[in-house]
Design a protein around this ligand. Structure first.
Ligand SMILES: [Zn+2]
Length: 234
């Protein structure tokens, strides 16, 4: 292989690595965001569990208020019963007392039911908290793993860029460098490629002419693919 083509090939490897590293450094913050979003479902589930529990607590308070109101009425009716001289009124007040006592019984049953519901809802909160903590653990781990990966890639990128400068300095041929840069962009990183024994260019996969192939083999001049222009080495 010609020395200049060999140097360009080395440069191309570095440039390909730089492109890979830069792409990964763009992707890492996106992956971190995606990891954080996985917390959203669990956070929402916990908020819902808490809100369900609160709603039930309010229902219990309301039942307790209703029981209190009935008990006050019962106390008031009993005082009236005690003060009345009329038998008929005494009986009527007694019926009212029984009616309110019946309501208090019903409300107390209702309160017990709601308290049982509260136990279940409290358990849901605990469950949601555990699930969130677990996901949080995974997400924290993933984010920190991505963070160290980014740090490693940044330092490798800096090294590769220095490495690139050294290689460019050694090539010291502006025209050749321009050709290389143009081909590298046009051929998506495959500017300097192998031409197979079947004369196939491995950048565009088209067969080159025997003359082009012979030139790539002899190395008397730089050989370009007849189709895509890539620089060929045998
Ligand atoms: Zn080609």
């Amino acid at each position: 292989m010609r020395d200049d083509v060999k140097q360009l090939l080395g440069l191309q490897e570095t440039d390909q690595r730089i492109e890979t590293l830069e792409a990964e450094l763009i992707r890492i913050p996106l992956l971190q965001e995606a990891a954080k979003e996985r917390l959203a479902n669990d956070t929402q589930a916990l908020a819902t569990a808490k809100s369900d529990y609160q709603t039930n607590e309010i229902a219990i308070k309301n039942v307790e208020l209703d029981i209190g109101t009935r008990r006050n009425s019962i106390d008031r009716l009993k005082v009236q019963q005690f003060e009345t001289k009329k038998n008929e009124e005494y009986t009527k007040l007694g019926v009212e007392v029984i009616r309110y006592e019946g309501q208090v019984d019903e409300l107390e049953t209702r309160e017990l039911e709601l308290m049982e519901v509260a136990d279940g809802l409290r358990a849901n909160i605990t469950e949601a908290e555990i699930a969130l903590a677990k996901t949080q653990g995974f997400v924290d781990e993933e984010i920190s793993e991505l963070e160290s990966r980014a740090t490693a890639r940044k330092s490798e990128l800096a090294e590769s860029k220095t490495n690139r400068e050294d290689k460019v300095a050694k090539i010291n041929d502006e025209d050749l460098m321009d050709t290389y840069a143009r081909l590298f962009n046009k051929r998506e990183g495959n500017a300097i490629v192998h031409v197979t024994n079947q004369r196939s260019c491995t950048s565009c996969h088209v067969q080159v002419t025997p003359a082009t192939y012979a030139l790539a083999q002899s190395g008397s001049a730089i050989s370009h693919c007849d189709n895509c222009g890539a620089i060929l080495f045998p």
